[in-house]
Design a protein around this ligand. Structure first.
Ligand code: COS
Length: 395
């Protein structure tokens, strides 16, 4: 059986030389810099700022941002290819990269003013600082329109109060794209977006979440107590926040699909290798149908996920000219790829048996890391809701 040991995407797509270069650069970096430390940082839960900084220096933290704003000026497919390779080795670094690129940088590049791009985009796209995205609250997750935190206009500043939760990268992020209520009467049309500086008074970090997987990515609450935000740091118009949040999540979901693709690929390749070597009952375990059929299903689901993810990347790329939404493509890619990551990592633990259950091997980490892809940036249930509403013409 041929494995996908090289990073080529298989027969599904012809990549340009530029695509292959960033894919190889990300793969080589991940193998050299992340593979030796992934287990240690997973265990400690420490934020891997040194390697994140190196990723920034390589241009991986602002791949699609134009060079004039500190980014690498590449396309969405380049981003997806690089992120998959990083996540194949360590999904926790992948989470930081995904949030930075597709939730933070994408939002400012698309909706920001020139001044906002200079102040908030350049340092994050160039990898000098880390960016985060904050939508969720303790009492508002999937039903994002029900948030309670408030921004009240006072002269030419907003005074922000409230508590946000599950903010990826927050323990280290300097800049945060925040969604909060400016007019409670208008429900989702009363939500606005703000660019927040974590070093200013009134901002503090709450408890860091003790997580099952992606443990090194750092996730915490953030708290606003009379934080003063200048009007010039509002992203978009007042009341446009919910639409910005949703548009940006469409981009984020392509990132999570890429992450899931990376985790699934790692689980699959480890399984193929093990099934070729491990013997039981007088033969290689890969010769048992119970194992080989699992491998066949894993491979097929991975390639299907890849096609959906690349299709979503191409749809997002086209949207840069047309302005069209890519909600459906992103939701389908995220749904299928995340369930594939869970399927593959679950099968990988089973194929490896006791070895798969041991912390001395990475397979159990893939299993723990895979689960979040079915939850964050919209659960699988939310993706099904988004897809079916669009198909039924209900939204
Ligand atoms: N792009 C642009 N606009 C969008 C959009 C998208 N993908 N999705 C919805 N909108 C717009 C709608 O067009 C609607 O606009 P109007 O005010 O002009 O009518 C508005 O947003 C409200 O949309 P809708 O009525 O569909 O909102 P709902 O409250 O029903 O919620 C879901 C929609 C469930 C899809 C949304 O709340 C969601 O995605 N929830 C999951 C949140 C999430 O992923 N959280 C994780 C955070 S990151 S860890």
């Amino acid at each position: 059986m041929a494995t996908s040991g090289n990073p080529s995407p298989g027969p599904s797509l012809d990549l340009t030389e530029e695509h292959k270069m960033i894919q190889m650069a990300a793969r080589d970096f991940a193998q050299k810099e992340l593979a030796p430390i992934a287990a240690e940082f997973d265990e400690s839960g420490e934020f891997p700022i040194d390697t994140i900084t190196k990723m920034g220096a390589m241009g991986l933290m602002g791949i699609e941002v134009p060079e004039e704003y500190g980014g690498a000026g590449m396309d969405t497919l380049s981003y997806v290819l690089a992120l998959e390779q990083i996540c194949k080795v360590d999904a926790a670094h992948g989470t930081v990269m995904s949030v930075n690129n597709s939730l933070y940088c994408y939002a400012i590049n698309r909706f920001g003013t020139e001044e906002q791009k200079k102040t908030f985009l350049v340092p994050v796209a160039s990898g000098e600082s880390v960016g985060a995205y904050s939508l969720t609250e303790p009492m508002s997750g999937s039903d994002a329109g029900t948030m309670r935190s408030r921004a009240v206009l006072d002269g030419d500043e907003y005074i922000i109060n409230g508590r946000k939760s599950w903010v990826s990268s927050a323990p280290y992020a300097k800049y945060i794209l925040l969604f909060t209520v400016t007019d409670p009467e208008k429900r989702h049309r009363g939500i606005s977006a703000f660019l927040v500086d974590a070093d200013k008074p009134g901002y503090s970090r709450g408890k860091t979440e003790p997580k099952l997987g992606i443990r090194a990515s750092g996730t915490s609450e953030i708290v606003f107590e009379n934080y003063r935000c200048p009007m010039s740091s509002r992203l978009g118009e007042e009341g446009e926040g919910f639409k910005i949040a949703m548009t940006v999540l469409d981009a984020g979901r392509i990132g999570i699909a890429s992450q899931a693709l990376g985790i699934a690929g790692a689980a699959y390749e480890a399984s193929v290798e093990y099934a070729r070597e491990r013997e039981a009952f007088g033969q290689k375990i890969g010769q048992f149908q119970g194992i080989s059929f699992k491998l066949a299903d894993m491979k097929t689901k991975i390639e299907a996920s890849r096609l959906l993810t690349y299709q979503a990347a191409l749809a997002k790329e086209r949207s840069k000219d047309t302005g069209d939404r890519f909600t459906l493509e992103a939701a389908m890619a995220k749904l299928f790829a995340s369930e594939t990551a869970m399927f593959c990592s679950h099968a990988a633990v089973q194929i490896h048996g006791g070895v798969g259950y041991s912390k001395e091997f990475p397979v159990e980490r893939y299993f723990r890391d895979a689960k979040i892809t079915e939850i964050y940036e919209g659960t699988s249930e939310i993706q099904r809701m988004v897809i079916s509403r669009l198909e039924l013409g209900l939204k």
